[in-house]
Design a protein around this ligand. Structure first.
Ligand SMILES: NC(=O)C1=CN([C@@H]2O[C@H](COP(=O)(O)OP(=O)(O)OC[C@H]3O[C@@H](n4cnc5c(N)ncnc54)[C@H](OP(=O)(O)O)[C@@H]3O)[C@@H](O)[C@H]2O)C=CC1
Ligand SMILES: CC(C)=CCC[C@@H](C)[C@H]1CC[C@H]2C3=C(CC[C@]12C)[C@@]1(C)CCC(=O)C[C@@H]1CC3
Length: 346
């Protein structure tokens, strides 16, 4: 591991730094000589060079104390998409992001804010092939999570003000995976263990982006270090992917087989599965006051599993010199090795 030097001029804050992406970002920032203040509602770990500030990002006073002496802020906090809680998404992703912007502006003369957005802000459940950042925001977002990620990105990009010395940029990753990911691999394995990973939705040829977490981190750090008043990236959004679109079902199969589970084999028509998922979702909503059940195959997951959704990262290559640092194959190998406890027992 590289030696960790911490000049005080390189202090930054990571809001959501206890989470999956946040922690990988913190580790890389430490390697690059930054001192890091993490702001989160929970403390996920301890590391030398990291100070933790616990609180809700909707609380400006709590944020202000974490942003003291900080001129670079990463905002990668969000409720988990699976929570499906409209009120919570609105509170954290919209009101909370307004508070983050106000706190950044109040905390210093020159502050840079790097937001973790999502490529899903343009996804409506229909095919996107090599989509660029010129695509319009989704008019009909697939869920509340995406709806509030759109509002959040708009707020952050609009707040960019070179005269006031407040510079912003949004990174749009897609399908992040890697060691310690709490959703993709664990949900996949849980579904396989319950015997529900036998079917391929659609013909299985749909291409998607899965992005290894270290590439996402690399995109964030490049953006932060290139964010200057004279740079073309101010106030813009950037797709960060592995630049290797893969068949959704090949990716899933490789992870499953790597962990000792059989790959899905039987095909089901997309429209049939989507219709069933929609029915189940409606039923779950209607019955919510009486019984609580969470269907595995939500309409959102079926749409993601059965359509093309991959994005061009040419803009990031041109404006920030972005290039993935870990290939998809290497990323899958490292991910599979990192989950010994999820392997199928012989
Ligand atoms: N994972 C993916 O595939 C993708 C993720 N993204 C975006 O990347 C970012 C990071 O995602 P990921 O690392 O997967 O998510 P995680 O849930 O692992 O991390 C988010 C962190 O933010 C914390 N948090 C939630 N609400 C608040 C709050 N009100 N105040 C302070 N902290 C809070 C969470 O705490 P707790 O765990 O207790 O809720 C968690 O520690 C998010 O913005 C997400 O939208 C974008 C594209 C794809
Ligand atoms: C069909 C099935 C049960 C697949 C299991 C894997 C899924 C849990 C993932 C496949 C694509 C993933 C994905 C996200 C979450 C996890 C998956 C649905 C996001 C919705 C996470 C947040 C984003 O911003 C976009 C992601 C797109 C891909």
């Amino acid at each position: 591991m590289a030696t960790r030097v911490r000049p005080s001029s390189k202090r930054c804050a990571v809001i959501g730094g206890s989470g999956f992406l946040g922690r990988h970002l913190v580790e890389k920032l430490l390697d690059r000589g930054y001192a890091v203040s993490v702001f989160d509602i929970r403390q996920g770990y301890e590391l030398p060079g990291v100070s933790f500030h616990l609180g809700d990002l909707c609380d400006k006073q709590a944020l202000l104390s974490a942003l003291k002496d900080v001129s670079l802020v990463f905002h990668c906090a969000s409720p988990a998409p699976a929570s499906d809680d409209r009120g919570l998404f609105e509170k954290v992703n919209i009101q909370g992001t307004r508070t983050v912007i106000e706190a950044c502006i109040e905390s210093g003369v020159q502050v840079k804010l790097v937001l973790t957005s999502s490529a899903s802000v343009v996804f409506e459940g229909k095919d996107i092939k090599n989509g660029s950042e010129t695509l319009p925001y989704a008019m009909k977002p697939i869920d509340y999570y995406t709806e509030t990620k759109i509002q959040q990105e708009k707020l952050v990009l609009k707040a960019c003000d070179k005269e006031k010395g407040f510079l912003t940029v949004a990174i749009r990753p897609h399908g992040i995976f890697g060691p310690r990911d709490p959703q993709l691999v664990p949900i996949l394995v849980d579904t396989a263990r319950r015997g529900k990973m036998k079917f391929i939705i659609g013909d299985g040829t749909n291409l998607v982006d899965f992005t290894f977490v270290e590439n996402v981190v690399h995109g964030h750090i490049l953006a932060a270090e290139r964010l200057r008043p004279d740079s073309p990236i101010c106030g813009k959004a950037y797709h960060i992917t592995n630049d290797e679109p893969v068949r959704f079902w090949d990716f899933m199969s490789e992870v499953l087989v790597g962990l000792g589970y059989p790959a899905p084999r039987y095909h089901l028509p997309y429209i049939l599965v989507y219709g069933l998922a929609l029915l189940l979702w409606l039923l779950a909503m209607i019955l919510r006051p009486l019984v609580s059940f969470k269907p595995t195959f939500t309409p959102m997951r079926v749409a993601l599993a059965g359509t093309h959704h991959y994005y061009s990262c040419d803009r990031a290559k041109e404006d920030m010199g972005y290039k993935p640092v870990v290939t998809l194959k290497e990323g899958i190998t490292r991910t599979v090795q990192s989950y010994p406890h999820l392997r199928k027992e012989a």
